[in-house]
Unconditional design. Sequence first.
Lengths: 207, 98
Amino acid sequence: MAEIVSDTRVSAWGGGESPYAVSSNKLGMWLFLMSDTLTFTAFLITYSYLRLANVDWPRPFGGFSILMATVMTFCLLSSSLTMVLAVAAAKRQEIRQAVIWLIATIGGGVLFMILHVNEWLELIHEGVTPFGNPWGVPLFGASFFALTGLHMTHVTGGVVYLAIVAYGLGKGKLGSDDVEVSGLYWHFVDLIWMFIFPMVYLLSNQM
Amino acid sequence: MSSDHDNNYRLILMVWSSLLILTGAEVLLAYQSMSVAVMLGLLLLLSFGKAGLITAYFMHLRYERLSLVLTIVPAVAFCIAMMFIVFPDGLRILEFRQ
């Protein structure tokens, strides 16, 4: 009798199975990234909508700014590459190598932050604030700083997160799965920049 | 095992260089003269291509079980598509102002 009951209720979703074949940490990270994607989409669409609807939208990004933003893109893309190598090394149990690649990833993130802060300071120096700017539509500053600020918060958080993972991995407290989950987060930060770079910088460049 | 490892390494390097090339294409595109709506569309198209490469290969989604992919991708894609509804309105406002 009991056997029949359990037979009819056998399902991959009944418990004791892993329908996604991933750890709960990894699933949790994916779910977080799903919601974060939508937050960033809202910010990106706000900026692009305003850009589209205003003929007098400021175009403050000259050749040098675009070059710097391209270098920043290169930093993030390359740090994603070193992150992939860190995960691969951790999976092979080559802990020392994994830590070195993680430190390289952190280096890429820090370089990105330095270039970005430098760019913010230049814009602030030219008079761009969240409430106005010398060129036109005041919403430029608000939408620009909200979007890039949210992204910068993610990069800063990611650098701290990766530092903790590198430390824990070196001490033997964290394993290759933890490196993989932190990798998902880092690639996501990179992915979002792949939209910010064209939507914000390239669409507001000085022709 | 070793050749497998080398193949993976080559694939990741190829993905990374494709991402760099697509970025270069976007920068070149930004200096062509065209309407802002067409430019936005083209840049978005290239960016979604880059996002696809990152999620599939860097985030390893291509090698995950289909059930995970189906849980993540369609829901996010649908929500993003719904948010795109505001763009026609942006163009309408632009027409009023011109």
